[in-house]
Design a protein around this ligand. Structure first.
Ligand code: NAG
Ligand code: NAG
Length: 286
């Protein structure tokens, strides 16, 4: 507990000279984040938001003003599964990403680092990059990928003590400066050996692959659970014994309903789609 508190205080104090504006076109969402009862519950969220809000953390619907002023823009837009057209149901739908890119390109007057928090299929990201670079004259955009690893109910703990932070870029010489900027931002509270900079697609696929492996563990223990019921074995005894094998490990061995969490499902569909786009039918089926 005291360790946690120390982390919180130091996070707040180191970030105090960094101004963070959270913008959204939904005025009701922004009003909720700006109120005394936040729209999201979770350990630590209230403490962090309440102590930073109004000091260096601001919530606003004035998207254009804050985007125009920003040096680094984290884009965290909805990427729902596509409803219609080619590949309906699987790939993430990028209309929000595309309109955000257009807005950034239209109003930017200085160089910016644009950081994608949501996974974007390989070819689509190139399209987004074209939107950003075409609409502007002298302004340069450095596009980085920084996938989020959220598990429901642990957002703040993941933020304060991430297993790893992935930063993907295209490995251009100018991109390296942008990577260094983002690394030094995270390095304020994340040990540098937990910050991994890598190729753009390595970062994106790492995230999808990690979730696919976790979902696979849950699916596997659920299958064993069915066998346990049929044979009057106890799945929690089996899971405990399996977890004692250090190669297996004890995490993610709780039998649950389905995959647990919409992230896994979306990421797996996305992974399947990327495999299909690359002609890897067998991998996609697997
Ligand atoms: C958020 O609250 C602050 C302080 O009460 C206020 O000054 C600001 O205008 C509010 N912003 C929005 C977008 O409601
Ligand atoms: C499964 O969940 C229960 C309760 O949430 C927990 O006590 C137990 O340790 C978990 N077991 C494994 C193998 O993770």
């Amino acid at each position: 507990m005291s360790g946690d508190r120390r982390w919180r205080l130091s996070l707040i104090s180191v970030l105090i000279d960094i101004q963070v504006a959270v913008v959204d076109i939904s005025s009701s969402r922004i009003a909720a984040w700006n109120s005394s009862s936040l729209p999201v519950f979770g350990p630590g969220i209230d403490d962090i938001v309440m102590s930073c809000r109004g000091r260096n953390l601001f919530f606003s619907t004035d998207v254009e003003k804050h985007v125009a002023n920003a040096d680094i823009i984290f884009v965290s837009v909805n990427t729902p599964s596509k409803r219609q057209g080619l590949g309906a149901g699987k790939p993430v739908d990028l209309m929000y990403w595309e309109s955000t890119a257009r807005l950034i390109a239209d109003i930017s007057t200085n160089d910016k680092i644009v950081v994608g928090k949501s996974i974007v299929p390989v070819k689509k990201a190139e399209a987004i990059e074209r939107i950003l670079t075409h609409n502007s004259n002298d302004v340069r955009f450095h596009i980085l990928s920084n996938p989020k690893f959220l598990a429901e109910g642990t957002a703040i703990n993941n933020l304060l003590h991430p297993d790893r932070v992935l930063i993907g870029d295209r490995s251009t010489p100018e991109g390296q400066a942008a990577v260094n900027t983002l690394v030094s931002l995270y390095a304020h509270w994340v040990p540098v050996d937990h910050i991994i900079s890598m190729g753009l697609w390595s970062a994106e696929i790492s995230k999808l692959a990690a979730n696919a492996f976790l979902a696979q563990r849950i699916s596997s223990i659920n299958a064993m659970s069915a066998l346990c019921e049929a044979t009057s074995a106890d799945v929690s005894e089996v899971a405990y014994a399996m977890g004692k094998d250090s190669r297996v490990g004890h995490r993610f061995l709780n039998a649950t309903v389905g995959y647990g969490g919409s992230y896994f499902r979306k990421d797996i569909l996305n992974l399947v789609y990327i495999c299909e786009c690359n002609g890897l039918t067998q991998v996609a089926n697997y």
